[in-house]
Design a protein. Structure first.
Length: 344
C-alpha cells in the first residue's frame, strides 16, 4: 500500500485511535488539537491520557495546534470533531485543504440546531458533494482499537471511488477490516441514533432490569433506527449491517461506551449536566436525543424510546416512569411495522 499524508481532526479518543490505525498502516499522520499541552504529550510521551489512559501511541504520529501545518499537503483528511464542533472545525480547515484531498468523517451525531447529518455540514462548508464525503462507522470502541484488537468497520459513500480510497487507507491484515457501502445516509443515521439506544441500555442495566428488558430495548431501538432512517432515504439493509445492528450491540453492551455509562448514571437520578461532568467527554447521545426528537416530528415517525429518554433528560421525568410509559403503550403488531419499513 502506498504511503499517504493523512490529517486527523481532532485528537479525541476516536480520532487518536484512527490516527494509530493509519500510522500502523505506514501513512504519515498528523493530528490537530486546540490544546498545546495535549500536542506536546502526544509528540513527547506518545500518549493521550485524557482520552486513552496509558495506551502507547505510534512514535511516528505527530500532533500540532496549527491548522495550516496540520493540513499542509494532506492527501486525506479525517474529521472526528464532536457533532457540535464539526462546522467550526470545517470552517477552519477549508482554507488549507488540498484540492482533491479525500474527505472522511467518523462522527456519530446530528447538528442540533439544523438537524443536519455530518456529511451535510461538511458538504456545505467544504463545497463538496455529499456523496463524495466518506462516512466511517461501525462497532469500534477506541479503547480496543488502540490495543490492536480485531475490529471491523464500514466506509460509506455514494461515489464508489471515494469509498474504496478510504477502504485502502484504513484496512490492514492485522486487526482492522473495512467494508464499503453506498448508503452513507443509513450509516450516519444508524451511527447517531444508536447513541440514544445506548443511553437507554445503560439506564435499563442501572435500574437492574436484566437481560430480557435490555434485549427488548435494543431490538425495538433498532426498529426506531430503521423507521427514521427509512424516512430519511436510507436503505433498510444497512441497519442489518455493521453500521446498524453491529454498532448497536457494541454501544449497548460495553462499558467503553460513554452513552451506556451515562445511562447508568441517569438511573441513579443524576441530571444530564452532572452526567456529562462525570463522564468527562462528549456524550453524543444527549445531543442526539434532542435532534432525533425533532426529526421524528419532521418526518412523521414514531420513536417512543427516544421520546421517553427526552423526557428523562430534559423534562424531569423519573426513569421508572419512563419505563412504565413504554410498557403501557397501546398494543401493536411487530410484523406490520416491518412491512411498513420495506415500503418504498
Amino acid at each position: 500500500m502506498a504511503s499517504s499524508q493523512v490529517t486527523v481532526l481532532v485528537a479525541g479518543s476516536w480520532g487518536t485511535a484512527l490516527a494509530c490505525v493509519l500510522a500502523d498502516n505506514g501513512h504519515q499522520v498528523k493530528v490537530w488539537t486546540r490544546g498545546a499541552a495535549q500536542a506536546e504529550e502526544i509528540n513527547e510521551s506518545h500518549t493521550n491520557r485524557k482520552y486513552l489512559k496509558d495506551a502507547e501511541l505510534p512514535r511516528s504520529l505527530r500532533a500540532t495546534t496549527d491548522m495550516a501545518e496540520a493540513l499542509r499537503e494532506a492527501d486525506a483528511v479525517v474529521f472526528v470533531a464532536p457533532s457540535s464542533a464539526m462546522r467550526e472545525v470545517a470552517k477552519a480547515a477549508v482554507p488549507h485543504l488540498k484540492p482533491g484531498a479525500l474527505v472522511v468523517h467518523a462522527t456519530k451525531g446530528f447538528e442540533t440546531g439544523s438537524l443536519k447529518r455530518m456529511s451535510q455540514v461538511l458538504s456545505e462548508e467544504l463545497g463538496r458533494a455529499e456523496g463524495s464525503i466518506v462516512v466511517l462507522s461501525g462497532p469500534s470502541h477506541a479503547e480496543e482499537v488502540v490495543l490492536r484488537l480485531p475490529t471491523t468497520v464500514v466506509v460509506a459513500a455514494s461515489e464508489l471511488e471515494q469509498a474504496e480510497a478510504a477502504q485502502d487507507l484504513f484496512i490492514n491484515d492485522a486487526y482492522f477490516r473495512v467494508y464499503t457501502n453506498p448508503d452513507y445516509i443509513g450509516a450516519e443515521t444508524a451511527g447517531a441514533i444508536k447513541n440514544i439506544i445506548g443511553l437507554g441500555a445503560g439506564l435499563s442495566d442501572g435500574l437492574g432490569f436484566g437481560v430480557n428488558a435490555k434485549s427488548a430495548l435494543v431490538t425495538r431501538g433498532l426498529a426506531e433506527i430503521g423507521r427514521l432512517g427509512s424516512a430519511m432515504g436510507a436503505h433498510m439493509l444497512t441497519f442489518a449491517g455493521l453500521a446498524g445492528v453491529g454498532d448497536l450491540i457494541a454501544t449497548c453492551t460495553s462499558r467503553h461506551s460513554r452513552n451506556y455509562r451515562a445511562g447508568e448514571l441517569l438511573a441513579q437520578g443524576l441530571g444530564y449536566e452532572e452526567v456529562q461532568e462525570r463522564i468527562g467527554m462528549v456524550v453524543e447521545g444527549v445531543r442526539t436525543t434532542l435532534a432525533a426528537s425533532k426529526l421524528a416530528v419532521q418526518y412523521g415517525v414514531e420513536m417512543p424510546i427516544t421520546a421517553q429518554l427526552h423526557a428523562v433528560l430534559f423534562e424531569g421525568k423519573a426513569p421508572l416512569q419512563a419505563v412504565e410509559a413504554l410498557m403501557g403503550r397501546v398494543r401493536t403488531h411487530e410484523i406490520e411495522e416491518t412491512v411498513l419499513f420495506n415500503r418504498t
